[in-house]
Structure formats: C-alpha cells, structure tokens
Design a protein around this ligand. Structure first.
Ligand code: COA
Length: 178
C-alpha cells in the first residue's frame, strides 16, 4: 500500500490533472478507442475539459448541488484523481455520478484507487441519495474488476461516451449508498 495523501482540488492542480487524465486515457483506452480519436486526447485538451468542468462544479455547488473532487498524492506528487457530483435527472429527481477516477499506471494495484474510492463514497453517503452511478467504457476490464470489487453492480449498456470525438460504447454501474 502506497503512503497516499488525499486532498481537495485547487485551481493550480488543473495542469497536472490534465496531464494525468491524458496519460491514463492513452494507457487504458489504447485497445478500446480509434487511434486517430485517441491522438486528440492530450494534456492540453484534458486541462481545458477539467478547467471548464471545475468552473461548472463550483457554480452548481453555489446552487446546492454538491461535488467531491480529490487529488491523490504520493511523495508530494499527484498520482490520481476522482470527481463525483450531484446532477439533475430528466424525471426531475436527483442523482449522483462518479464522473472520473484515474490513477497513473505506475500506481495501479497500490491502493491509491481504493483510497480515492473510499473517500468519494464516504462523501457521497453524506448527501442523502440512495444510489450513485458511473459509466465505464466497454472492454475496460481492469476498471470493471475494480468497480465490482468495490461494490458496484453492472446495470447494462448505457449508450456511448465521446473520447476524442469518437463515440465509444459504455456500461452503467450503480452503487447503493444506503
Ligand atoms: C480503474 C483504476 C482506477 C483501478 O485502480 P487499480 O489500482 O488499477 O485497481 P486495483 O489494482 O485495486 O484493482 C484492479 C482489479 O482488476 C484486476 N485486473 C487487473 N488487470 C486486469 C485485466 N486486464 N482484466 C481484468 N481484470 C484485471 C485486478 O486483479 C484487480 O482485481 P482484484 O482486486 O479483484 O484482484 C485504474 O486501473 C485506472 O486508473 N485505470 C485507468 C483509468 C480508468 O479506466 N478509469 C476508470 C474510468 S471509468
């Protein structure tokens, strides 16, 4: 188990999060996403994505929709991150999405991902919602094994997710929070 420290995001984390997200996607999605589309995923593109989402998350928090955004550090450097937030459902109810969980390949299997998941789920359990969901690319076997081990249950196909401009099939998993 790595000696991992978790903390909340700060504005100046965004470049590192962009780098980490791009590297993680290239490693995990090499066999799942068209190479031309995957080549569009870069540290700069992912920093821009997260800069925009980070602004949205804080604006929505001001309207009462909570989020949790954590960075995991080992030896003072970022090695993973996780983001979950409350969202509005089309039926007028509310839901919670674990939107991203990425750990550097060098730190897979070290307990960093488990520490992030434990902290995110602990936060979600304080939000008074019955379930959380996530979407995972079909064929991302390592992530699916990790989610199953941490209590998430497969609900089935859930359309597609855009990666570098390519639609990629995704699966929906859910976790009971109470
Ligand atoms: C998903 C992720 C956060 C999990 O963290 P991790 O440190 O790799 O997870 P762990 O090592 O604790 O668990 C991985 C599980 O997959 C299993 N596994 C490893 N390689 C596998 C493979 N090729 N196929 C199937 N299962 C595999 C491991 O045995 C382990 O299961 P077990 O604990 O029941 O034995 C991490 O792999 C990651 O960041 N991946 C890239 C980004 C990603 O896909 N994120 C999810 C987006 S939805």
């Amino acid at each position: 188990m790595s000696d991992v420290q978790l903390r909340e995001w700060q504005d100046d984390d965004l470049p590192a999060i962009g780098r980490l997200h791009a590297l993680s996607r290239h490693h995990a999605y090499a066999d799942l996403v068209d190479p031309v589309a995957l080549a569009r995923v870069s540290p700069a593109s992912q920093e821009a994505v997260w800069r925009s989402r980070w602004t949205d998350l804080r604006e929505r928090a001001g309207q009462g929709r909570p989020y949790v955004a954590l960075v995991a550090e080992v030896d003072g450097g970022p090695v993973g991150f996780a983001v979950a937030f409350a969202l509005d459902r089309p039926d007028g109810g509310s839901g919670v999405e674990l939107n991203a969980l990425h750990v550097l390949p060098s730190h897979h299997g070290t307990g960093v991902a488990q520490a992030l998941m434990d902290a995110v789920v602990a936060a979600l359990r304080t939000w008074d919602v019955p379930t959380a969901h996530l979407l995972v690319l079909e064929g991302n076997a390592r992530a699916e094994a990790f989610y199953r081990r941490t209590g998430w249950v497969l609900r089935g196909p859930a359309g597609t997710h855009d990666v570098g401009g390519a639609p990629v099939p995704v699966l929906r998993y859910e976790l009971r929070l109470r």
